[in-house]
Design a binder for this molecule. Sequence first.
Ligand SMILES: [Zn+2]
Length: 320
Amino acid sequence: MNIIQNLVPESKYELKCPYEMDAKFIVVHNTANDATARNEIAYMVRNSSSTSYHYAIDDKEIVQGLPENRNGWHAGDGRYGEGNRNGIGIEICWSESGGDRFIAAEKLTAKFIASKLNEKGWGIDKVKKHQDFQKKYCPHRTLDMGWQRFLDMIHAELNNIKPTNSETKNEEVFEMKLNTIKKGSTGGQVAAMQAMLIGFGYDLGTYGADGDFGAVTENALKKYQSEHNLEADGVCGPSTWTSLFSDSEPEEEWVPAVGDIVNFKGGTQYSSASATTGSNAVAGQAKITKVVNGKHPYHLVRTGKTGPYGWVDAGTFTKV
Ligand SMILES: [Zn+2]
């Protein structure tokens, strides 16, 4: 599941989520407006009201605003209320006008809740509605359409989840359909790519993995691509995704040493390590016979029919 995080800063914990929480169930809400999940969470994080919830889910994205180990103020049952102090609050978006967007948002929510139940080892009885804690008709549209129907949707999603162990989890990652993303793209896959770039040491500045593919991300991706023999076009398509997923630690740097067999790329060779003018040598295989501290530090002797026989610069050959 792709989850975009836009978490309440710690400076607002006192207002939004003052208590630590060991979550015991899920509380489902409808937003009763037509904001996207991103906007819903951004507004919640920014405003000075105490109202808070853990996730907002629209037809496309799951956005998290509170860490699951902090309480939220969403169930309307007060400071010591069961719902507020033990529930993971989830807002389903697009509930004001309903329609296809809302149906898709409910479906994505059912999928997310199923994976959460699976992760926590919880049964379907851990799925509660706001109405269970306060006399409020929420989640209003989900209730209109049928609560049992929504629980059945979660059931169906649970049946789709294979028993998990670390191996099948990894496979699922690679089976995930990866889109080609570029400058202007947003969403979970952008955030995933950004997180990988950061993990490999590429600087995204203060933006971090924000799910927004801007100029800083594009530059970092181009740098990654050029350092990984990929076309440095700043577009993350199949070959770049494959490289990102298969990449681990950068290879240990090779330090050329006497005795190494190399492929000379062709270029200038010199009669001594400090010579200022040289002569042209064609490409070919060679052996390093001396290494000194000079302008042209490597002495190569050809081992094939063509190649250098003299002193050359660093970077003019590769390891065989
Ligand atoms: Zn509610």
